[in-house]
Design a protein around this ligand. Structure first.
Ligand code: NAP
Length: 303
């Protein structure tokens, strides 16, 4: 018996309900693979589809989703902020971060939230039982993912979060957006913004070093945001965390590991943010099941 006979895969019928991910482009997304594996494993009559939606079509696409009964969807580049005015409600965490990666249909409303924060924190909490408030974080980059990382560091209780970026204007806007955010009282005096040149001075005091830039991502696999020499200064037992999941590990993580750091790649974050989103959609459908995280990990690592 071949694999196909053994496991026929999802059976789409007239009753199958739809979930998905919107992005532009979206072809590279691993979310359909991961979510469909989970839905199939759970035996649920749902399918998760990739929707390439150009920015000009975003509003029409969301209206169409409502009319065909889409249960919920993920949001990726370039729509994470642009979608906000098209939603009826935002969760407090999405409001604070100013970005949405998960949308849920609640009655006649679209409700936006952000599971990247939960996704970022989960591998840290699952693996390392640390007194996070005694640790200092250094975040490299100031894009959308960096916003979730800063919020995650605050949620972990870290008292100092340093962030470096290459563009001073964007760094100032990043800092101001937190001052204006609903989390302002939580982060006051904790977040410190620096120009890229300060990186070497900040590394020796960082217990958690997070790359949120695409430097080192496939196909530029020989690049690293931090040099080997700079990493010599990383404290022993520091955690080096790269949000990139292709390649796995990145050059940055290889170099950090060679210095004795604990290395975390972006795959676990991808799985955990996806699991958190799936749980929200299914709960809204009154389906309370344990999300098969191991299955989601397995399908990604064997893909
Ligand atoms: P983004 O909003 O475009 O932000 C990218 C950031 O990296 C910006 O601050 C940008 O600087 C900086 N950057 C880009 N190229 C750089 C370079 N050559 N030198 C210095 N800085 C550079 O993208 P994002 O959504 O935050 O995603 C960033 C990365 O995280 C991607 O690799 C993405 O795949 C990954 N990610 C992973 C997960 C996961 O679940 N594992 C989730 C989200 C994102 P400027 O602001 O100056 O342009």
């Amino acid at each position: 018996m071949n694999d196909q006979q053994h496991d026929p895969g999802p059976r789409i019928t007239g009753k199958t309900k739809i979930m998905g991910v919107i992005g532009y482009p979206v072809e590279h997304s691993l979310s359909p693979l991961m979510h469909n594996a989970a839905l199939h494993h759970l035996g649920l009559d749902y399918v998760y589809l990739p929707f390439p939606i150009a920015p000009d079509n975003l509003e029409r696409a969301i209206a169409c989703f409502a009319s065909i009964g889409v249960v919920g969807f993920n949001v990726t580049i370039p729509h994470k902020q642009a979608i906000i005015p098209l939603l009826h409600e935002l969760s407090p965490i999405a409001q604070a971060i100013g970005a949405v990666n998960t949308v849920i249909r609640v009655g006649e409303k679209w409700v936006g939230t952000n599971t990247d924060v939960a996704g970022f924190i989960a591998p840290l909490q699952n693996t390392y039982n640390q007194n996070w408030h005694e640790n200092k974080a250094l975040v490299i980059g100031n894009g959308g993912a960096a916003r979730a990382v800063v919020a995650g560091c605050i949620q972990l209780g870290m008292t100092e979060i340093h962030l470096v970026g290459r563009n001073i204007e964007k760094l100032k806007q990043f800092e101001q957006s937190w001052i204006d955010s609903t989390l302002a009282d939580k982060f006051t005096n904790k977040l410190k913004i620096h120009s890229w040149e300060k990186l070497p001075q900040l590394i020796p005091q960082s217990n958690l070093l997070v790359n949120t830039t695409p430097i080192g991502m496939y196909p530029n696999i020989d690049e690293s945001p931090v040099t080997e020499n700079q990493l010599h200064q990383l404290p022993s037992h520091a955690i080096a965390y790269d949000l990139i999941y292709n390649p796995k590990p990145t050059r940055f993580l290889q170099l950090a590991q060679a210095q004795g750091a604990i290395a975390l790649d972006g795959l676990e974050m991808l799985v955990q943010q996806g699991a958190a989103a799936l749980k929200l959609w299914l709960q809204q459908e009154n389906i309370n099941v344990e999300i098969p995280i191991a299955k989601m990990q397995q399908v990604l690592t064997s893909s």
